[in-house]
Design a protein around this ligand. Structure first.
Ligand SMILES: [Zn+2]
Length: 257
């Protein structure tokens, strides 16, 4: 992987056009498929449904977002309704978030497998004001804070290329999440996010219960949050991410980072 991007041709005037041209040109030359052994992904010329690249071997879809400014908290995405529809129908592409330098070098590249994009991660933005070119349009942000560490895989970290073998093995370790029905994934990943935030290998049910208010806020329709937590810990156990040691004590089997 060569971290130098080609600078955009002068025909592109706007910052977003420049970023798009250079990042996609870079991706076509440098991206491999983290979901299989394919050394390349193909650029999709007429990108429908926010799909920028497709793996020719396993047909995994990728969307590449790039910016000079970088935040581990939030990434701006497109229309809220479209994104929610894609999340609910399990058709959102896997997300690649790139940060590049003013000299057109890739500094960070973050991979978020599509099955980590749940309704809790999609945050509605206020509608564009009257008088704006697309007045009333509602966009969204992808809240990276609401995605567990397991679903945030660095491909390039601080100008260093992470070995593809490591990236692929991390992807492989979370792939069982994709088998969960899309209606169950949101809760399971929200509880996993809480467990990762505890920051320890062994934890108790009471420690997870301390996050009942936050989980209730993400799921205002559910009044049995404690029952839901216990149920989701069983789901995470069945996925091989943690085990029940003894009553009320759990142990994580994988590292989230
Ligand atoms: Zn592939």
């Amino acid at each position: 992987m060569d971290l130098k991007m080609a600078p955009p041709p002068p025909v592109y005037k706007s910052a977003s056009q420049k970023a798009r041209w250079s990042s996609e040109e870079w991706g076509a030359r440098n991206l491999y498929c983290p979901a299989c052994e394919s050394p390349e992904v193909q650029r999709l010329s007429n990108n429908t449904a926010a799909r920028d690249f497709e793996c020719p071997a396993c047909h995994h879809f990728y969307q590449l977002k790039s910016a000079r400014a970088w935040s581990f908290r939030s990434v701006a995405d497109a229309a809220y309704d479209k994104m929610m529809a894609a999340v609910r129908s399990d058709t959102a592409p896997t997300l690649l978030v790139m940060q590049y330098t003013t000299e057109w070098w890739v500094r960070n590249l973050l991979l978020v497998p599509h099955f980590f994009l749940t309704p809790s991660a999609i945050v509605k933005r206020p509608p564009l004001p009257l008088g704006a070119r697309r007045s009333g349009w509602v966009g969204c942000n992808i809240s990276l804070v609401n995605i567990p560490a397991d679903g945030k895989i660095m491909v390039v970290s601080n100008s260093r290329v992470v070995s593809p073998a490591i990236v692929r093995s991390k992807f492989e370790s979370v792939r069982p999440v994709a088998a969960l029905d899309v209606s169950l994934r949101g809760w399971a990943l929200d509880v996993l996010n809480v467990v990762r935030r505890l920051g320890k290998e062994r934890f108790t049910l009471d420690e997870v219960y301390a996050y009942v208010p936050q989980l209730a806020e993400l799921h205002p329709e559910n009044r049995h949050v404690r029952d839901k937590i216990r149920q989701q810990l069983q789901v995470l156990r069945d996925l091989g991410l943690l085990e029940f040691e003894r009553r009320g004590i759990y142990r994580l089997l994988t590292r989230g980072d």
